[in-house]
Design a protein around this ligand. Sequence first.
Ligand code: ASP
Length: 349
Amino acid sequence: MQYTLRQIGFLFLLFLLTTSCKKKAKEILKEQPYAIVIHGGAGTILPENMSATQKEQYHTILEKAIKKGFFILEKGGTSLTAVQKTIQLLEDSPLFNAGKGAVFDNQGKNKMDASIMDGKTLNSGAVAGVSNIKNPINAARLVMDSTKYVLLFGKGAEIFAQQQGVKFEPDAYFYTKGRHESLLRVQKKERNVRGYSIDSKQKKLKHYGTVGAVALDKNGNIAAATSTGGLTNKKYGRIGDSPIIGAGTYANNKTCGVSSTGTGEYFIRTLAAHEVSNLIYYKNFSAKEAVKEVIHNQITSLGGDGGMIVLDKNGNIAWSFNTKGMYRAYKKSNGDEKIKMFKMVKDTI
Ligand code: ASP
């Protein structure tokens, strides 16, 4: 078979075009990293205070959680679904102060807060002060997807969740012996300590275990979510930072996603999660520099305690805390994976 010069030229052009397209497609696929980072609360987490079994239990659940989120991302799922499902898994564990393991307020009830944010649209949903909702994060997602509101509170939020078919559980489901003992201990201390104002005592409580997740998906979209039972023995309908967009949770595709844990009042006062994003956007800080500045400068100088996880639009992960430890883990598309609990002499991220 004979080809004219024109035909040969055309075939050559076609060949060039398809190989360069393939190369481009490969580059795009290679260039878009995806990842998930989680925390399970910060606080007095010391190796000497934990038995080998406890360490194992935390390690196992943290690993299960990042694997779950990562699997969703790997299959092409959205970062929103990845953070929601990961948080759901952590809420179902009695080990964390969220969902099943939520702490008790001073009335002996479990009042929970949760929020979720989509970094692509800046849409957000949150619930605060809700009881008996098995997975508050699912109610938060529905607030975002099915209402024109961002934050629903108390009874109203529960009615909304009921109408949406969210699963409820009786009080007994949320009873965990350890959390109940903590409540009794704190209340006993409160009765015994004289000359202490209720507020100053409240600030001294260090019962964390809030859960948070941030994910970046294959489409470059970031999402963040946080869920908590708040502080043990909390009073007067106290709400912390976890359901407050910009304080406990923030996501913006232009910068990063953030989830906070710690004494919520300090994270609200500094709008901590949004502050991290702002430092990246306006001051060109890296994720690592931004989270360090907010935790070790802004929060610490106010006397606050806690930690944050950050995942930026390029897939960089950073975390920081000024407490003894923070349950934390991540998994990235480049194969990197880390599961940590205690303070490191030299933490690499
Ligand atoms: N930040 C949560 C709150 O203040 C508590 C926590 O992180 O455990 O409600």
